[in-house]
Ligand binder design. Structure first.
Ligand code: AMP
Ligand code: MG
Length: 450
């Protein structure tokens, strides 16, 4: 476990007041570590979890050569290359789950169903709709099949003893199905990540509170809940915490003791008059950044220790963790903390840009950079080089089949409506300048993530 100072010392040109998005990613990659604990789950409970071991196929899938079509199986060597029709006598029927075990002589064929084992010596299937059939023979027109057609080979999906799934893969529906095709009843997965969340701010109302002047309902608690749940995390909802040192301290310590990671919103901006930042500093090892991005400039990142004494121990010793026996004995028991800005869209954007990849790394997932799509802008967009901007957009398919992208309206960092109406975020890179109508731009699609 590296301290923030140690990570910072290893990053060229580290400046907490002027972080690029790339700097943030590099920092977070070193801050978080994949968790170790695993558990074995029945397949139906493993959806969305991260696989904790490689899976080697214990058998061939499919277990036999079999037919890919309903039709007639025969020996393909009888097909003449120059192409003449072939007439064959039907000598039996092979059904899926009920093999045909007789021998098939030249000039003969077996009626066969999809999935049925190929009778010995036969390697080709002609689909039934391509032949002219009578009661006990078929005529295959010239040129409709070649030897080996419509036959699935034993082990062509997965060969015995070959790696079928890899540690760190997220268990998607296809991967669950694949595990089931190997006959596996359970999978070893990483324990789900436990993430505590609370909103801060004296002006934040919980649902059901009576409205009062200057106050707004807490929306961040719900967007973060949704984002974490979609990611497969266990969410500990600690509600709204007022700007009161005792309450904030209690919330941070409770969160650090129960969760692997803590997410808060609000109270991290420059000049913020509240106690959130003060408490984070006191209770852990936390950096406060200004990120060259929009929305979402301020962000706090680090660790909150499980007990208050850990931070006391730290402040009275040299900053090196190795020399600090109190901290050493705690191991990596601190919870990672992400202090997000308060503005509702800034919360979602910083979550998607930074928190999500960091949590996936903690969950043991293999690094998977989300691919960006390229789309044509339908609007002029003003953009200053020197910061990354995320704009809420609607991506659609134009008449010519290409993708085009349109703003969903007011891009204020507190305007959730334009986020709710978007299906993606346009990503204007750090060095990029203004965009003109018709320019190609990068888009991060929500695709069920948001
Ligand atoms: P802050 O980062 O605390 O300066 O907050 C920035 C803006 O976001 C302010 O207008 C807050 O009222 C608003 N805000 C902060 N937390 C929340 C929340 N949980 N739900 C909705 N709006 C919030
Ligand atoms: Mg505030």
């Amino acid at each position: 476990m590296k301290s923030l100072d140690q990570i910072a010392a290893g990053l060229q040109g580290y400046d907490p007041q002027a972080m690029t998005c790339d700097d943030v990613h590099r920092f977070l990659q070193q801050l978080v570590t994949p968790m170790a604990r695993t558990l074995e789950l029945p397949l139906l409970q493993a959806l969305g979890r991260v696989l904790a071991c490689d899976v080697v196929s214990p058998l061939d899938v499919p277990p036999h050569d079999n037919s890919a079509m309903d039709g007639y199986a025969f020996a393909g060597a009888q097909l003449v290359p120059e192409g003449a029709p072939l007439t064959l006598q039907i000598v039996g029927t092979a059904l899926a789950g009920k093999a045909w075990s007789g021998t098939v002589a030249p000039g003969e064929c077996v009626k066969i169903m999809t999935g049925a084992i190929m009778p010995v010596g036969l390697d080709t299937v002609v689909p039934q709709e391509l032949v002219t059939a009578s009661a006990n023979s078929i005529r295959i027109p010239a040129g409709v099949v070649v030897a080996g057609d419509n036959r699935r080979l034993r082990g062509e999906d997965l060969a015995c003893d070959r790696e079928a799934l890899q540690k760190g893969e997220l268990l998607t529906p296809a991967r669950l199905g694949l595990a089931a095709s190997l006959g596996l009843k359970t999978l070893t997965v990483f324990r789900p990540l436990r993430v505590a969340y609370f909103s801060t701010g004296d002006e934040i109302l919980s649902l059901g509170d009576a409205p009062r002047e200057g106050a707004v309902f807490d929306s961040n608690r719900y967007t973060v809940f949704g984002l974490l749940t979609r990611l497969g995390c266990e969410v500990l909802d600690l509600g709204v915490v007022r700007d009161d040192p005792a309450l904030l301290e209690a919330a941070f310590l409770d969160a650090a003791n129960r969760a692997d990671a803590i997410i808060t919103s609000g109270g991290v901006s420059v000049g913020e008059a509240d106690f959130t930042k003060v408490l984070m500093k006191q209770l852990g090892d936390v950096a406060f950044w200004r990120i060259a991005m929009r929305p979402g400039r301020p962000m706090a990142v680090g660790r909150i220790f499980k007990t208050k004494s850990a931070s006391d121990a730290r402040s009275t010793s040299a900053s090196s963790y190795e020399n600090d026996s109190a901290l050493k004995s705690l191991g990596d028991s601190g919870a990672i903390v992400f202090g997000l800005p308060g503005n509702p869209v800034a919360v979602m954007v910083t979550f998607l840009a930074f928190v999500r990849p960091a949590l996936l790394q903690m969950m043991g997932a293999k690094a998977a950079v989300q691919p960006l799509l390229q789309a044509r802008s339908l609007e002029n967009i003003r953009k200053k080089p020197g910061r990354t901007e995320y704009q809420r957009v609607w991506v659609s398919t134009a008449a010519d089949g290409s993708l085009e992208v349109r703003s969903t309206g007011n891009q204020g960092s507190g305007v959730l409506r334009s986020m709710a109406e978007a299906n993606g975020l346009l990503v204007l890179e750090h060095t990029q300048g203004n965009v003109a109508v018709g320019d190609t731009v990068n888009v991060m699609m929500f695709d069920g993530v948001v």
